[in-house]
Design a protein around this ligand. Structure first.
Ligand code: C5P
Length: 397
């Protein structure tokens, strides 16, 4: 999808710069050409030699390098690209871009360009959460820039939280979404998938048999139409697709939190098999069998993620739920659509004799305000492709 695309990659000075080497490889594997620019600080983390070798390109570093100006001036360099990617985007680089500084090659290119810019922030969690950075991020978005990440996790500095640069494949996905000319280009879509695990004690949990196959196929189909896909998945059997932003969760409550923090999106598809109940009296240490007899588990209801998002202040334009039914599929799913407040319900009959649960095929009925549309039995990837097409038509206008 990136064949012939020209990426100007600005590598900032952060420990995540090593991931940018892999990013260069992944972009080139997909047919893109990469013109690298290193800030002075970046050369403390990666060498111009390795960047140049991986990119098979000259590395640009100095604003006042006359050879570069003779070959390609900084204005031209900033515009001869389909997309400018800043990875890692340090707090300093973003602050400079917001203020309009032009005191080195990277900041000058960001100021001189008329090309879209994608930032992949990377910094310590406190720096990311600082009001100054948050102000700068908001301003960059207002100025028309896009961001991918940062992710939450362990950081090189030993702290934990948001600030880790997105993984190379996630950045590739964001680049593909930006440069795609598919019908969902520029649209952001959320997909939930897989089962949830609800803990009983530190080693035991309650789960269900969802493989995550249908949700994964839907996420892949939406990405192939050019959408930027946020894929919130419980512990599924099938690996997440390439080209999507993956958020891994365990429990229903974690899934709700991940979903809410991914808003706003243009459309959301809730394919996850979320546990209806969780154990309220979980044990912080492993339960033992013994004289006290059988453990007594108490249950509470989990939040309904689909219903919450349907009624959310940042409700997506299109909310799609699933309904796995064993009887009166259309009646039950129609009632569910009303009850949950979503726009569409993809209903299917999961009676054991259909072989759908855990199988490769699905037979669905799409319930919307226009009634029930029965689709012929087909492979789960075909269901996904058709649903993605329907979503594209619905949110394109
Ligand atoms: O009520 P039921 O579980 O049959 O509804 C299924 C739909 O609701 C699916 O789209 C599922 O992803 C979503 N759901 C949810 N949160 C729950 C339960 C179900 O998002 N707690």
């Amino acid at each position: 999808m990136l064949a012939q695309k020209r990426i100007l990659l600005i590598i900032g000075g952060g420990i995540a710069a090593y991931k940018s080497l892999d990013l260069i490889r992944k972009l080139r594997e997909r047919g893109a050409s990469v013109t690298p620019v290193l800030t002075k600080a970046a050369t403390e983390f990666v060498t111009p030699m390795s960047v140049s070798a991986l990119a098979a390109s000259k590395v640009y570093q100095e604003l006042f390098d006359l050879t570069d100006e003779a070959e390609m001036g900084h204005i031209e360099l900033s515009r001869a690209a389909d997309l400018i990617v800043v990875a890692p985007a340090t707090a300093d680089l973003m602050a400079k871009a917001v203020a309009g500084h032009a005191n080195d090659l990277a900041s000058t290119l960001l100021l001189a360009t008329d090309t879209e810019i994608l930032y992949a922030p990377s910094m310590n969690v406190r720096m990311w959460e600082h009001a100054a950075t948050q102000r700068n991020v908001a301003q960059l978005k207002r100025d028309g820039a896009a961001l991918v990440g940062p992710n939450e996790g362990d950081m090189a500095c030993g702290e934990f939280g948001p600030g880790r640069m997105s993984e190379p494949l996630e950045i590739v996905a964001a680049i593909e979404a930006k440069l795609s000319d598919g019908p969902l280009a520029g649209r952001r879509v959320l997909v939930t998938s897989g089962p949830t695990h609800e803990p009983i004690d530190p080693v035991r949990y309650i789960a269900n048999r969802s493989s995550g196959a249908q949700g994964t196929a839907i996420a892949a189909a939406l990405a192939s139409l050019g959408a930027e896909v946020v894929f919130v998945t419980g512990p599924a059997d099938v690996p997440p697709p390439d080209g999507v932003h993956v958020v891994k969760v365990q429990s229903a409550r974690e899934m709700l939190e991940a979903v809410e923090s991914s808003l706003p999106v243009d459309a959301a598809v809730f394919a996850a098999a979320v546990a209806d109940w969780r154990v309220s009296n979980t044990s912080s240490s492993k339960m033992k069998k013994g004289a006290q007899g059988l453990p007594e588990l108490n249950f509470v209801e989990n939040p309904d993620i689909l219903a919450s998002v349907s009624g959310h202040a940042m409700r997506p334009n299109l909310v799609v739920g699933f309904a796995a039914e064993t009887d009166d599929v259309v009646e039950n799913a129609t009632a569910k659509r009303k009850r949950k407040g979503c726009d569409w319900i993809v209903a299917n009959d999961v009676s054991p004799e259909t072989g759908i649960m855990g199988g490769d095929e699905n037979a669905v009925v799409l319930i919307s305000d226009r009634g029930a549309e029965t689709w012929p039995r087909m492979g789960k990837t075909e269901v996904a492709a058709r649903l993605a097409q329907n979503i594209a038509s619905a949110i394109a206008d």
